[in-house]
Design a protein around this ligand. Sequence first.
Ligand code: C5P
Length: 224
Amino acid sequence: SGIPVITLDGPSGSGKGTIAQLTAQALGWNILDSGALYRLTALSAERQGVDLADENAVAKVAETLDVRFEARTPGQPVSVILMGDDVTLEIRTETCGAMASRVAAYPLVRAALLQRQRDFQSAPGLVADGRDMGTVVFPDAPCKIFMTASAEVRARRRYDQLKQQGESVKISHLLNEIKERDERDMNRSNAPLRPADDAVVLDTSDFSVDEVLEKVLQIWSSRQ
Ligand code: C5P
C-alpha cells in the first residue's frame, strides 16, 4: 500500500515510546505500540491461568486477544482496554515487561500477532514502535530508525518513568533487568532485536527528547 510507515525499533529505554508518540503527534499519524501487544498477551494469559511455558496455549491467547486502543486525539497517549478492562497502567509494570519478553520469544505468538500489527497501517501514515518493525512487520517501510542508548542511560530513564508512576525500584536492579532483557531480545532466534539493513541508527544517550524528535523528523523529510 502507499500509506507511509516510519519504523522505530530499539531496546527498552531507548526512548522510542516517547519519540513514537511525539512523531505521530507532529505528523498527525496513527501509532502502533507493538510492545503493548506482547504485554497484553502475557497479562491476558496470566489472567486466564494459562501457563506461560505453554507456547501453543499462549499463542491461542494472542490470536484471540480482545483489545481496544482508545485514542482521544491522534498522537495522544491511548488507553488500553483488555476485555473491557482498562489496563493502561498495569501493562507498564516491570513484571509485565519481563513476562512480555518471555512470550515474545515464541514464534507462534509472533505469528499470531503479525497481521494484527499490519492492520494498524492506515491513512495518513503510521509510526510503528517495537523491536522488529523494520525487519519483519514492515520490511518495505520507507523510513526506518533504530534507536539506541547506553544501558546506564536507559536504566536512569526507566527509573524516572517508574518513579513518576509511583513505582519505587532500585536503579541497579533496573540496570540488571535491562541487560537481561536486551540479551534475551537480541539473542532469540525468532525476530531478534537488530537494526534493519536500511535503518538509520540513532544513539540517543546524549540527546534530549526534543533533539531526538527533531532528528527523526529530519530523517523522515529526507526520505520523501
Ligand atoms: O517495548 P516494550 O518494552 O513494551 O516491549 C515489551 C517486550 O515485548 C520486549 O522486551 C520484547 O521482548 C517484546 N517485543 C517484541 N517485539 C516487538 C515489541 C516488543 O519482541 N515488536
